[in-house]
Design a protein around this ligand. Structure first.
Ligand code: FAD
Length: 380
């Protein structure tokens, strides 16, 4: 039996993939319900191709919003780079979809039998009993025995911490607020993903559904995920007052209870994502900063490749090294590039030169990189 720890994007995608391939599994999730984590999420075409294979693309498309144009702009919305995504649609059949995270998780969940997901089960420790038996102890002191363990338990993964205790979580120097405004944005912005870059702060926008607009606000700051703001909306509106008026309007029209704050971190790349019959996927294995909008997509890619490799092997743990070999190069490139973008976006000096370079990057060059990023091996 395969036991998956964590019912986030990676864990649920893996569950659905194993379900489709008729491989037995069970999922253990620490929360008592699959919560409404986060605000919006972009699902790039690499993720969408896999969601199509999983049979849920139509639901994703009908519950989300297609992003047909991606724009990086100055604080007052003057484009620095503006990419019409028609070439992506021509190549893959669809553009990136922006959707509420809760909707994405709900759709994944609807397609997995209830009895396969055990809620309120927070892994505390695991122990190898024999070569092919692992004992898992949960926080409620209950225990189970399993043959294979897959840690899909996110950036703060307990599976990773026990397997590789020296691994380091790296604070990026940036902290972020995310929200969903209950307003319809102007028609011209409806299918546009926008990120506005100011003076070491930035603001992103994309519509995720009718009268729902996802936004994120990122600032350079000391790690302060525990700071409490008495009036977070006022704080953000003041901070972003030099920006285009749409920014203040979105913050003002967001329910304060639904504004989520968190430091932006990644993890130092691991040498191995597995040991014996235990393997890590998603953020537990290779968390990147969100600057390329690829963390969730990479967790979905992990689910796709790992499930297929497992299906091909008579001994499941033989799939793990093959999985890491297949995935490592792409994932490490994303971790490195995300960190660079984040630094470029928040440059203290040299912004003029940066903007000039951005404006003059040949469209064909960025188009080629996007196509490479979104490519999935179909014959896996
Ligand atoms: C600000 C921000 C914006 C982002 N935007 C995008 C985007 O637009 N597109 C994109 O593709 N990615 C984006 N990402 C990245 C994306 O959110 C993550 O990469 C993705 O959620 C990783 O999925 P996961 O399943 O590996 O981990 P998670 O989504 O973190 O899920 C982990 C699950 O494990 C559970 N868990 C944790 N510990 C235990 C335990 N001990 N026992 C049992 N269960 C446990 C948790 O409750 C959770 O359900 C963004 C990230 C951030 C921070």
């Amino acid at each position: 039996m395969i036991s998956i720890i964590g019912a986030g994007i990676g864990g649920l995608s893996l569950a659905l993939a194993l379900e489709k391939l008729n491989i037995d599994y069970q999922v253990f999730e620490k929360t008592n319900s699959i919560k409404t984590v986060g605000a919006g999420i972009w699902l790039a075409p690499n993720a969408l191709q896999i969601l199509e294979w999983l049979g849920i693309l139509e639901s994703i498309q009908s519950n989300g919003n297609s992003i047909n144009r991606i724009t990086i702009a100055t604080h007052d919305l003057k484009p620095l780079s503006d990419s019409c995504q028609q070439f992506i649609k021509d190549k893959f059949g669809y553009c990136t979809i922006a959707i509420h995270r809760a909707k994405l998780q709900e759709i994944l969940l609807q397609n997995i039998p209830n009895e396969k997901i055990k809620l309120g089960k927070s892994l505390r420790t695991f122990e190898k009993l024999t070569d092919d038996t692992i004992k898992i102890t949960f926080e409620d002191t209950s225990q189970i025995e399993t043959n294979y363990l897959i840690g899909a338990d996110g950036i703060h993964s307990k599976v990773r911490k026990q397997l590789f205790p020296t691994n380091i979580i790296r604070y990026s120097g940036q902290t972020c607020w995310r929200g969903v405004a209950d307003i319809e944005i102007e028609d011209r912005f409806k299918h546009q993903g926008i990120e506005m870059w100011g003076n070491q702060i930035r603001f992103g926008i994309s519509r995720i559904a009718s009268k729902k607009t996802y936004w994120f606000a990122v600032i350079t700051s000391k790690s302060n995920s525990n700071s409490i703001f008495l009036d977070v909306k006022k704080y953000l509106i003041d901070m972003f007052s030099p920006f285009h008026p749409i920014v203040g309007k979105l913050i003002l029209n967001t329910d304060e209870c639904n504004i989520i704050k968190g430091d932006i971190n990644d993890i130092q790349p691991l040498k191995y994502w597995y040991k014996d019959n235990i393997c890590l996927i998603g953020d537990a294995a290779h968390c990147a900063t969100p600057d390329l909008g690829q963390g969730g997509a990479q967790a979905i890619e992990d689910a796709y490749y790992l499930s297929h490799l497992i299906a091909q092997e008579s001994e499941i743990s033989n799939a793990y090294p093959k999985f890491q070999k297949k995935r490592r190069k792409k994932v490490n490139t994303i971790v490195t590039q995300s960190r660079s973008i984040e630094k470029i976006a928040h440059l203290k000096y040299g912004k003029r030169l940066r903007n000039l370079i951005l404006k003059n990057i040949p469209k064909s060059m960025s188009a080629k990189k996007m196509i490479e990023l979104y490519q999935i091996e179909k014959n896996n």
